[in-house]
Design a binder for this molecule. Sequence first.
Ligand SMILES: [Zn+2]
Length: 424
Amino acid sequence: MSELKIGATVHLTNGMTATVKKLLGEGGQGYVYLVSVNGKDMALKWYKSAPSSSPDKFYKNLRKNADDGAPAPMFIWPEYVTQYEQGSFGYIMKLRPEGYYEFGQFLIARQRFVNVGALLTTAIEICEAYKALHAKGLSYQDLNDGNFFINPKTGHVLICDNDNAFPNGEKSGILGKARYMAPEVVTGQRMPDAYTDKFSMSLILFLVIYMNHPFEGAKVLGHPCMTEEWERKCYGSEILFIANPQDKSNGPVKGVHNNVIARWPAFPAALRDAFVREFTAPILQSPTKRLTEQQWLDILTAVRDDLIRCPYCGKETFVSQTKCMECGKTIQVNNVLVIDKRKLALTDGNMLFIDRDDTPDMRVVHTAQNPNMLVIQNLMSNEIEVQTTQGQIRIVKTNEYLPVKLGLQLKLKIRGYQYIAKIQ
Ligand SMILES: [Zn+2]
């Protein structure tokens, strides 16, 4: 099967054509070209050889996915499929926009998140994306570090290589990428499905947050020549979490795993608890008991609620650490905004995120007259209905302020949802 020539035309199943303009990249499975479809620049993935042992099934599945559309906006999803021609086939997708970099670039420190807030946006968006994909009855089956493109300034994520997304329980024919597969897939006890996806997703979340692989500590470092047999042990039958509190034999090594050594104690305990639960016995060996995407979203939202700007130095720190991680000053929280089980610190300079997107909905500032008098500014396009302890109602419009005063109740409307928040 051959490479396409510049200027060549391929036919799409919907009757349109794509004209090849330029080779953008080449991988083991195929080529990616810049093509023109109806005058619009798009990307074409063109398979070098049959992408599966049953290419007909693969092709049909690809067409169905294209017809059904992307489960969430983060996916660079197959939009059109080509006809079987010139000995192969391919699919059309959107081009990756400027400002997004391969996740691998972050792992080798060529790219860095601008701040912890952006990092948390990435983690949250990954969970949202796979929650939507699994809710559609699909499983991804090949979740690995190569799937993600991330904008380091905003934390926004794009997910590519979606051609192995199959209905949950159906085999795409691939097992996944070494180092990212669930242990039960490595040992051959289970084929990739939504539960093994959850393991790989938690592994990616660990990488995003701590920037080291969760199962590559001292023990794995001791096998510089990774044979297939060692690989089956290190990632399968004898898999051991780098931060396992009981067995530290695969713990992080100074000078090699510095990121996790520094970040593990710095990030909130809720994250440590979640990863220890996921990556140690008995949950590690119980695929169906793994955390759901929604449970991860709740944990990550709580971590973002915990993240504030230090009122003294302006750097990011966690409220739960009590002392600022940067300047060491004690941060006193006099009032919090309570929404259901969530608590948002009302400290000077803090941005308040009510829904899960990365746009702040309110912010806390001090008044010009009194540096100790805090107010909340409404940054939303909707107004806030504020009820005083005496039951009086006041409307706070966009960019207007309300005082940080014990007992005030706020009614917020964001994207069709209503939130009731109370100052405590
Ligand atoms: Zn500080």
